[in-house]
Ligand binder design. Sequence first.
Ligand code: PMP
Length: 406
Amino acid sequence: MSIDIQKIRNDFPILNQTIHGKPLVYLDNAATTQTPQQVIDAISDVYTKYNSNIHRGVHHLSNVCTEAHEQSRIKVQQFINAKHSHEVIFTRGTTEAINLLSFSFGETFLKAGDEVIVSNLEHHSNIVPWQLLETRLGIKLRVIPITDEGELEMDEFKKLLSDKTKLVAVAHVSNALGTINPIKEIIDLCHAQNTPVMIDGAQAIQHIKVDVQELDCDFYVFSGHKLYGPTGIGALYGKEEWLNKMHPYQGGGEMIQTVSFEGTTFNELPFKFEAGTPDYNGAVGLGVAIDYVNEIGLETIANYEHELLEYATEKLLTIPGLKIYGTAKNKCSVVSFLVNDIHPYDMGMMLDKMGIAVRTGHHCAQPLMQRYNIPGTVRASFAIYNTREEVDQLVEGVTRIAQIFA
Ligand code: PMP
């Protein structure tokens, strides 16, 4: 199916500007995607038409706002095909979702000596919360090694899995390499021994159709701002049977049923995990972002981005001295590279002067950079509004910078 990328670009007002006198080429989508006018308008509508604290009100605005918030939960539920909308907990994003899980799952199910398995290519957000549990509860973090290509060493994973393993937490897609991990295989292996699995979907939700029932994952987390939605909102999906058993994360308004100094009882799902005034504004924006993605179609998005990735990979590899990090067979939307010994920051700053926004550094994956013994990479990451012309500009820019350094 052919798509009109110019029409899509027109939905994103931020793209239409010059940076240092050059048209903006935005290739930092793995850090955050830009927001379409439809989402901006939806957020503006909350503040101009029906802003009011949700759930507790009896007045009209509060009811409208509550309805909008809860409709967004249903949109998330349908987007990931969760069985129940109350299995969708709104969080500030992926990081908070993993912290919620590590705290609540840890408090409820983990004790000294238990093991949690992550992989060598995780984002810090899926490492540090578990390390905090090592300190607090005395659990042990085990790490799946990766190959030079950036794929998980599945045989090593099988060796790590044992009756001590109480949770496996891995990325669906690596933010630094673009590797798509074999999560279905991981989930099946874990379930064969009754070990639950959390998937960090921060880099997958915007590129790959996720069906949590088909995957049968126990938890799936993602952020709205990487899915053309606003910042400050994301979700933790969890199977009802786990969430019902887990201790609350934060205490406060809405997560309670009754409070007295003799004892407090907790609300039902999903509210048990949503203490305090939720970011209903962000939730509404996220719902509209999901509508936006659905309208184009995730499969269309994925196919288009895959073409861009292949084109970029092929073109970049023509630059002498350029090495791509992350050459897994299954990749999406990210190309990470270095050219000779040019420091990624130098490359990033010089590209910026050409109007090209890429991310440079360790990409919050320092253990992964240590694995490759590099300080970081230059990362270009694609979204539905990027074009082949932009890839050409990137390649031209990198070529020029390489020549200057030579
Ligand atoms: N995990 C992965 C794989 C990511 O790419 C990111 C964002 N870079 C995160 C977790 C953290 O997401 P957030 O900052 O939105 O909480």
